[in-house]
Each structure stands twice: as C-alpha cells, then as structure tokens.
Ligand binder design. Structure first.
Ligand code: HEC
Length: 155
C-alpha cells in the first residue's frame, strides 16, 4: 500500500515538473530569439549558397560511388588533421552536413574559406563557435572538392 502511494506521488511530481519546464521554455522563447541558442554547427540553412566560385551543384539521385571513393582519399589526406567524421574536433563533424547546408555552400567553404568566414553569415558564426580557429584553404581543385562533397553524402 505504501509503495502504491509513493509511486503515485512520484508520478504526480514528474508531471508537475514537466509542466513547469514547458512553461519556462515558452517564456524564454519570447525573450531570446530561437536562433541565438543553436550553435552554428547545428544550424540548418538549406537556402544559403555561400560566397565563392560555386553557384550551382547538381547531385545525382544516387551517390556516385567512384567519385565518393576519390573524395574519401582526398578527405583522408587533406582534412583529417582537423575534422573527425562524427565528432567535433578542431572543426565541425561533416556527418550529415547535407542535411544542414546546401552543396554549394559546402563547396564554397572548402574552396573559398577566407572569404566565407568574412562575408557569409553562417561561416562567420562558425568561426566564432570554433573560437576563431579558421577553416584552412587546402587548395583543392574544384574536381577534388566535388569528390569530397560526394563522399560527404555517404556519411
Ligand atoms: C587546419 C584545420 C582544418 C583543416 C585542415 C580543414 N578544416 Fe574544415 N574547418 C576547420 C574549422 C576550424 C572549421 C570551423 C570554423 C570555421 O569555419 O572557420 C571548419 C569548417 C569546415 C566546414 C563547414 C562545416 C559545417 O558544419 O558547416 C566544412 C564543410 C569543412 N570545414 C570542410 C573541410 C574539408 C573538406 C577539408 C579538407 C579538404 C577541411 N575542411 C580541412 C578547420 C579545418
């Protein structure tokens, strides 16, 4: 009988907490714009194409495996000093990046990071999130950058 009462009270307490928590979130949202709370690396922006040499990229319906393999090689050589596939390292994790950014933005970030971190709002925020440590221009050819993009589709 005692156990029943304790269990019951516990449940009620949890429900109350849930309710107050929700209320808090709603009031917070009114004072702080939602955008400020999400770190740049987690932000989703599927409109922004960034600034740089790439204005349009067409992705095939299926991943081009040969290109992805070439991209994996380039990534291993040129990017792993600062990037880990699925965790934050010196730079952000590229896993799932195409769910957060346009392919054009990703390629411009690879090919033109200096201008991106100066002029692109999202890249500027990223630079701040990563304490001012900049994305390095690895002087990739457009073709290699495109291959890395294809590789990113497989992550
Ligand atoms: C010297 C370290 C360094 C190297 C090498 C490097 N990066 Fe980065 N990268 C960063 C940092 C730091 C950031 C985040 C801060 C910024 O954008 O300035 C970043 C950001 C990025 C972003 C944006 C990620 C996001 O979530 O929006 C992409 C894409 C990227 N790098 C791809 C690459 C690729 C591809 C290579 C290899 C060709 C590479 N990086 C090599 C340090 C590096």
């Amino acid at each position: 009988m005692l156990a029943f009462f304790i269990g019951c009270a516990g449940k009620e307490e949890k429900e109350k907490e849930g309710f107050t928590y929700q209320k808090k979130v709603t009031t917070e949202q009114k004072t702080t714009p939602e955008a400020e709370k999400i770190p740049a690396s987690k932000k989703i922006d599927l409109e922004n194409k960034g600034v740089g040499p790439i204005s349009a990229v067409t992705l095939g319906a299926e991943v081009d495996q040969k290109k992805a393999l070439q991209g994996a090689e380039v990534y291993k050589k040129m990017c792993t000093a600062c990037h880990r596939i699925d965790k934050k390292f010196i730079g952000p994790a590229p896993k799932g990046i195409l769910e957060r950014r346009t392919p054009e933005w990703v390629m411009n970030m690879i090919l033109n990071p200096e201008q991106m971190v100066k002029e692109d709002p999202l890249a500027k925020e990223l630079l701040m999130e990563f304490n001012g440590s900049p994305m390095a221009n690895q002087n990739l050819s457009k073709e290699d950058a495109r291959a890395v993009l294809e590789y990113f589709r497989t992550l």
